[in-house]
Design a protein around this ligand. Sequence first.
Ligand code: C2E
Ligand code: MG
Ligand code: MG
Length: 636
Amino acid sequence: MGERLRRLWGIGKQSDYVTRFIHSSNMRAAIYMAFIVICLEIWMVLSLASNIMESAAAGKPRDFMWIVNHGAWYVVLLAVAAAVLIHAIRYMRGKTFNMRVGNILLVVFSVACLVFGIHFGNNSYVKGDQILAFVTMTLFVFGMLVWKPVPVFIASIVTFGGFYLYIDHNLPANYSLQVNLFTLWISTVVVALAAYNQQLSEAHKSEDIKRVNERLRHIASFDELTGMPNMHSFNGAVNVLFEGIGDFDIQYSILYMDIEHFKAYNDKHGFGAGDCLLQDMAHGLLQIFADEMVARFSDDHFVAICESRVAEERAAAAQEVLKGLRGEVRLHLKTGIYKPKMEEGINVSQACDKARYACNEIKKRPGVFVNYFDNTLDTDVKRRQHIINNIKRAASEGWIKAYYQPVVRCADGSGELCGYEALARWIDPEFGFMPPFAFIETLEEFREIDKLDRCIIEQVCMDLRAELDAGKPVVPVSLNFSRLDFELYDVPAFLNEMSKKYDIPPTLLDVEITESALTDKLNELQRNMARLRDEDYSLWLDDFGSGYSSLNVLKDYQFNVLKIDMVFLRGFEGNPKSKSILKSIVDLAHQLGMITLCEGVETQEQFEFLASIGCDRAQGYFFGKPDAEKAMPQAL
Ligand code: C2E
Ligand code: MG
Ligand code: MG
């Protein structure tokens, strides 16, 4: 049988949603129907009472059986209608969802209505009146309520057939009544079928809308890849939890988990395998936090909430899950834990941020897998926030200051001043004196480092101008640049602008670029460096030896000065290898036509050694610490 035909006849199982939709519409119709029937029956009962009284007054009292015979019909129908009305109202108000009781009541009510219609239709018919009671009740039952087509067909045949046989038995029906009854039956079936199909198509439409809404809600609350809750639903659930806690001490901790080296895993095994790993990890986490809440924050980051006493246990279990999954790349799970404090007020995203901060803190610390957010980190977070919010103000209000550290001649053993390095300091009204490690990384992370570096460049130019104007002898100053500077603004153009504005020759401004800046965007940086070289700025490679790409860097880029990182001088005394490495670097640099400068010189012995291997320049506390004034190097 075709699908349309099956649908037309209501054959086959319908979805729960469609069944409930049709049931609800029947319950709504039943309220009107029962209400009309109740009004009708009350009116009938009242007219019966008046009939009894009038008959009694006329001296012809109705006998008891007559009263029972007439009154019982009304009372039964009234009682059933009242039961239907009460149940339907309760159902519509959501007080009960029992469809079985509803259906039984509807069937009983419909049968009562039809029997009533047949009985009173017959009474009228034998008296020679219209069969309106029968017509009304059939329209009520088959027109207002929605039934499946097959039951409609059977019930209508039984009703109409029964009625016809009943009246025909009492008083043979004529041809016209037969035709009318037949037409009425056909019309009733057609109306019932049309009503059913109309309801069905509305139910399907409504079901489709509901499905789409559910999908949208799912997308809004669940992570597409892993199927676990996303941050949106995590925030919602945790907010509800926190609100419920009220004034009590919070016993919960937020965990922020990050898969270390996941990028390497993706590179090695491909994105497909990376996605599978995340899905498996999510599956494992959902089991570990089965009674709590866990969500995917982003990429390879997950957040969870659990009771503080089991937080570390859960983190360890998550680590075990990851161990079971990793391929050839050694993946680790790093977890930051934050215990929200009531007095600080509760904000889920801030709480997650703090846990994340604690997690990021241990990213580069091998062997440390769990870190708690403590007071030190709290101050760090506040300071970071302050830095980001105030960088513009700090630059304009003079909180950022260029400090100068002397650079001296070394190869000739003279220790004479030959330059300064400008090093930034942030002297903050709230946080006090801050060295670069307190703000450089944050400014880089938020891509605001250019504001600091432009400020230092301008200060350096201003200071040089002041010295030149005062007729003092001047030496070149080297400036530190971040890799991001070259992305955020046109460095050569800005240097030219400053050198023109303060009339400082480019030969007095040296450009320091750290080795780690040279790892990506090779062409872009090389173009900028070529422009700087053309303008006569000297290019210095800072912190040489602190990274692992050192020798490649010498091959790919052209620098004037090589600044050797201070790591080579640490442990210098007891380690003869350091000495030979330093000597090789100096020799190699000379062969490549570069001037050498060694950073971090702290002792006479170091200085003498560097002089002995021909290192051209030296810088370090031994000659002078960075200072607000351009101090002369300490006498040797
Ligand atoms: P850097 O350019 O390698 O600067 C040398 C760092 O070593 C300075 O630290 C300096 O104070 C320190 N230092 C110098 N001699 C010695 C010594 O004998 N012993 C020891 N232990 N340390 C010594 P500082 O001033 O804290 O700067 C740290 C880093 O911050 C700098 O490393 C540079 O990469 C960055 N930085 C500083 N100022 C700026 C700036 O204006 N812009 C940018 N982008 N980065 C800057
Ligand atoms: Mg430097
Ligand atoms: Mg350096």
